[in-house]
Ligand binder design. Structure first.
Ligand SMILES: [Zn+2]
Length: 226
């Protein structure tokens, strides 16, 4: 156990050359998390991490290209363009909130894409992991930190004219592909085919929003009446 915890520390501080490469060394860290994860309240409801949710250039399943069309990655043999596992959202630099109750299980830094964070949620549908890219965690938020839905844990990273937010939802527990921002259309180069365990993050959150309080809604309507 002690050795596993040490691995978590290493994984949380590691800087890798590219986030899209396989990172199997991160996998052992998650196994050390269940006792911490058990402390997090169940995540029955989700919310969008930003106050507005306007699509940027890439949606779920879009070919993985910069906004100017430049391809980011292809399969080496077939040339097939990889597909985007998350949704990109227009944003300025602003606070980023946890989508649901959970535990931060990963933080890596990529020189091009800045910080990536994974939050693990225990839901009635099983483990769900939310993925946040191009963010910087705030001080005090690291691997093992328990967060609650709506809690500000990070800020959007400055990427100049490319500044945007990438958010993905992974339906399952952590593995070496949970970090991926894109996957090939068919299995190649050691990567599984899109969508793997990823789902459309906007659709998922939209389907798991907290119910509007009927009491509050009724109260407001009554207030509006003379
Ligand atoms: Zn993206």
């Amino acid at each position: 156990m002690g050795r596993a915890i040490a691995r978590v520390t290493v994984a949380s501080s590691i800087v890798i050359a590219t986030m899209w490469s396989p990172t199997p060394l991160l996998a052992p860290g998650v196994a050390a998390q269940p006792s911490t994860a058990a402390l997090a309240a169940p995540a029955d409801y989700f919310q969008f991490p930003l106050p507005t949710w306007e699509p940027h250039c890439l949606g779920f399943g879009s070919q993985w290209r910069y906004c100017n069309g430049t391809v980011l990655r292809r399969c080496s043999a077939s040339g097939a363009v990889w597909l985007h596992t998350g949704v990109d959202i227009k944003t300025a630099i602003q606070p980023v909130r946890a989508a649901a109750n959970g535990v931060i299980i990963g933080y890596i830094v990529d020189p091009t894409f800045r910080g990536g964070v994974l939050i693990r949620h225990q839901t009635s549908e099983g483990i769900v992991i939310t993925q946040y890219w191009h963010v910087w965690p705030r001080s005090g938020f690291k691997v093992g930190t328990v967060v609650t839905r709506g809690e500000v844990f990070a800020d959007i990273a400055d990427m100049g004219s490319r500044t945007h937010f990438h958010f993905a939802v992974f339906m399952g527990d952590f593995d070496s592909h949970t970090w991926n921002g894109a996957l090939p259309p068919t299995r190649c180069d050691g990567f599984p085919a899109f969508p793997y365990y990823f789902v459309n993050a906007t659709t998922f959150v939209g389907a798991h929003l907290p119910p509007v309080s009927s009491r509050a809604a009724r109260h407001c309507r009554m207030d509006a009446q003379p």
